[in-house]
Design a protein around this ligand. Structure first.
Ligand code: SF4
Length: 140
């Protein structure tokens, strides 16, 4: 099998709401390609920087999220909370669809803890899946 993409905890939730926005053209292009790959072959859950972070202008020395002073610590906590909600562990290989299925059941807790204060909230609000989940209108 070709290279299995790697994704860190919080990307298992946030990437469902990607709507073409990102930090740079290169980052967006790589994000799209990774998502296509993830949809095709699934992914492996990793700890720390993943295939999305790799092209991020904020990734420092290939290992630290330097979005702001506290971001590396905050993001690591976010990853942990996401995996706790999804009941998944690092190293697990899984299909994207199988993660998407469990998002509606955990979304209200994520929204309350993270979306409210997130600087990307405006971008996610443009995504129909996000709005349906937020407004309790999502039906399987
Ligand atoms: S801001 Fe941080 S967590 Fe987000 S993609 Fe960039 S390096 Fe990764």
């Amino acid at each position: 099998m070709s290279h299995i993409p790697k994704l860190r905890g919080h990307h298992l939730i946030c990437l469902h709401f990607f709507n073409g926005k990102g930090y740079s053209e290169e980052f967006i292009k790589s994000l799209r390609e990774t998502l296509e790959n993830v949809n095709r072959v699934g992914f492996e859950i990793c700890k720390g920087p993943d295939d999305i972070c790799r092209k991020c202008p904020y990734l420092e020395n290939g290992e630290i999220c330097a979005y702001d002073e506290q971001s590396d610590e905050e993001i690591t906590k976010m990853d942990g909370f996401a995996l706790e909600l999804l009941k998944k562990t690092t190293g697990t290989k899984i299909k994207w669809h199988d993660i998407k299925e469990v998002i509606p059941g955990i979304f209200s807790l994520w929204l309350k803890r993270y979306c409210k204060g997130c600087s990307w909230k405006g971008a996610c609000e443009e995504n129909a899946f996000y709005r349906e989940l937020r407004d309790g209108k999502y039906t399987l």
